[in-house]
Design a protein around this ligand. Sequence first.
Ligand SMILES: [Zn+2]
Length: 390
Amino acid sequence: MQSISSIGVRKRNTDAVYRFIYSQERVSVRDIMEGLDLSIPTVNQHLKQLQALRLVTSRGVMRSTGGRKARAYSIDTGSWVTLGLDVTLRSVSLVAINLPGRTVHQRCKPLPFRNCSEYYREVGRFVAEETRILGAHPQDVMGIGISLPAILSGDGQFTVNAAPLGEMYIPLSAFAESLSAPCSLHNDANAGGYAAFFSMHTAQAYDKRHLAYLSVSDTVGGSIMIGGRMYPGMQQHSAEFGHMTLYPGGMPCYCGQRGCAYAYLNTARLSQAAGGGLEAFFRLLEQGDAGCMEKWEAYLDDLTLLVNNIRAALDCEVIIGGYLGRFIGPHMQTVQAKLAARNMFEKTGGYASACSQIEHISAVGAAMIHQHTAVRQLIARADCPENITG
Ligand SMILES: [Zn+2]
């Protein structure tokens, strides 16, 4: 009989083998043995377990460097999917990601938020229908990460403030009762930052990279990723960039204070200036509309004031995301020039970039957070063969 501590070491090593394969794409047994300092029989046992869990697959052989070609192992991209939902005031976006986190399906449904059972049942029907279209069996769905514009309780079981949805308390159980897979709640800006981090950096660089994600949409928030881990703060209130004071005594904010970044940077201000959506604003801007150009110039002054403050506090990459991230890419040279002029330490504003590549970024991030936790739990709960020694 094995001791509890040896079982713990074994599960940690199974997890390490999984993460090693995740970071390398295709590996041989020898690669894992040398990379993690494990014996060949032990590596083989961990691989057997990861294959039984449908996390790793063996397809083909490695390119030969002489001698017999080694069998190649990689993450099983065709076994599991994880769903992500982004719940906003007006719609619900759904994505499905595979194990390496690539989007394999996406859909947005106009569905005004209402904190009532009919709304949650409608979300459940939407998820069931999209899962059917995707062709995934219920047992292949690892779970569902749900992103909301909300501050969550410490245990993630309910929201303590979801003001952008017009609610304070929304329990996870309200969604769970209408969904047929395990689910979890996530702050939308945290989810966006998580997706930005893992899509921008290779696995080998996770430990060394730090990032502040500034989410600019109808709401303004953010998240901080340090070495591949989210910094939550003491009360889950970290990176509330939208409520940093830009102008003391300035315009009122919904939080009750004045001069918050939210009051100046929420994208509704741009949409309203164009009399339509954000697309309309940027179309008019491109056409040289004088009113939009003036508005944009002032907006960028305020945006770079906030980004410069974030950089001064954290000294890390700053990624501009949210709805604004989809449109600001062509303007980043101007943004970077304004940032350079504001900062005595920086000759360029090259530390700031736009996150424009990922559609439904908060839904993708919520799915990723759920998936990473679910994989760890899957490995932790699995029965290990008796003969794995480490
Ligand atoms: Zn505020």
